[in-house]
Design a protein around this ligand. Structure first.
Ligand code: FAD
Length: 337
């Protein structure tokens, strides 16, 4: 708690922790309900997993868009939220949320203090990091031929690529890059892919060499990746071949981190919520991938719905005379576009 007279601090209506798609949509909705809003994210950019993990991938299941690049959806959400001028604090991890006076005090990792009458936790998976290869020289050659996140696919055009993984990221990047790569090999530890079946069969029709039950044994190269050795984990057969880049999509590690200390009811890696997205602490709501409820599905579309439910209930919480049910957005004045 900061020193001095706390009554001098301005309590905003809602503090949104997490500027992923759900936090951004919540910021828009809070603005629509006339709430003063502040949004925090520990990363340098908004967009959560979409911006950090798959900015160049197309999303096909967001209502109203037949297909949209993840980074474009983030930009649209940001523009939509900015209609109401919420304050954004990026590079700001919230480490503490605790009841204070009639609302909450939030403390960042740099010991800055913020005050809000209600809080929405939209922290997704918490702090997330790609799972890295546990193999000699993988660390040394990171970003010099070993990659875990693709920010600029064009850098791999005309290159010999080895993709590791059997999930959607690996297979989708295989499909995206195979028309542009000089050669592309994809290896997967198991026999069966976790990726969408349709995409796996599409990949099998391309020139990609797809090898199941294989894993990476060694990376060769001093200053950059030059070759890789893979091994069949059933027969033990080994193969060494030249590669320019190894793209690894072997999942990511998540950590709720400081959120665990906020007195919230946690189940697994989720914050337990009620039907109105309220948590066990009155005034704190949660939405998106971070929540646990029995019917939870981790999708952008379900997160949007939870954000709208949470914010409308937060509005009613801070101003009980205001209804939970909002007016329809179609009744808005056109003076603000
Ligand atoms: C490869 C891949 C493909 C996917 N494809 C689809 C798809 O096609 N369709 C679909 O619907 N879903 C898809 N998803 C899932 C989708 O990305 C998630 O459901 C969505 O990102 C959840 O949004 P969110 O805002 O709840 O969380 P996130 O996107 O995880 O954002 C949470 C944000 O909170 C921040 N944060 C966490 N802790 C703190 C803290 N203490 N202080 C400040 N900030 C904090 C994080 O930095 C992050 O930016 C995909 C996911 C992956 C990994």
């Amino acid at each position: 708690m900061p020193d001095g007279d706390h009554s001098q601090f301005q309590f905003l209506d809602i503090a949104i922790v997490g500027a992923g798609p759900v936090g951004l949509y919540a910021a828009f909705y809070a603005g629509l309900r006339g709430m003063s809003t502040v949004v925090f994210d520990s990363m340098a950019q908004t967009g959560g997993q979409l911006q950090a993990l798959y900015p160049k991938k197309k999303i096909y299941d967001v209502p109203g868009f037949t297909a949209i690049f993840a980074e474009e959806l983030v930009q649209n959400l940001k523009t939509q939220a900015e209609r109401y001028n919420p304050s954004f604090y990026l590079n700001t991890r919230i480490d503490v949320v605790r009841p204070f006076q009639n609302g909450f005090e939030l403390m960042s990792h740099q010991n800055e203090f913020f005050f809000a009458k209600s809080v929405l936790i939209a922290c997704g998976l918490g702090a997330f990091l790609p799972r890295k290869l546990d193999i000699q020289d993988a660390k040394k050659l990171e970003d010099r031929g070993v990659y875990y996140i693709i920010r600029n696919p064009e850098q791999f055009y005309g290159k010999r690529l080895l993709i590791i993984g059997g999930g959607d990221s690996a297979v989708d990047w295989g499909l995206t890059l195979v028309p542009h790569a000089k050669e592309l090999t994809l290896i997967h530890l198991m026999k069966k892919f976790q990726a969408h079946e349709m995409n796996v069969s599409e990949l099998l029709k391309t020139s990609a060499r797809v090898k199941t039950e294989y894993q990476l044994k060694a990376i060769h190269g001093e200053d950059k990746v030059e070759a890789a050795t893979i091994v069949n984990n059933v027969t033990g057969d080994e193969e060494t071949f030249p590669v320019d880049a190894i793209l690894c999509f072997i999942g990511f590690l998540t950590n709720l981190g400081p959120i665990k200390e906020w007195g919230l009811n946690i189940r697994g890696n989720g914050v337990v919520v009620d039907f109105d997205m309220s948590t066990n602490i009155p005034g704190i709501f949660a939405a998106g991938d971070i929540v646990y409820h029995p019917g939870k599905i981790r999708l952008i579309s379900t997160g949007f719905s939870e954000a709208a439910i949470a914010v409308n209930n937060a509005k009613h919480y801070i101003s009980p005379s205001e209804k939970v049910q909002p007016k329809h957005s179609t009744s808005l004045s056109e003076t603000k576009n």
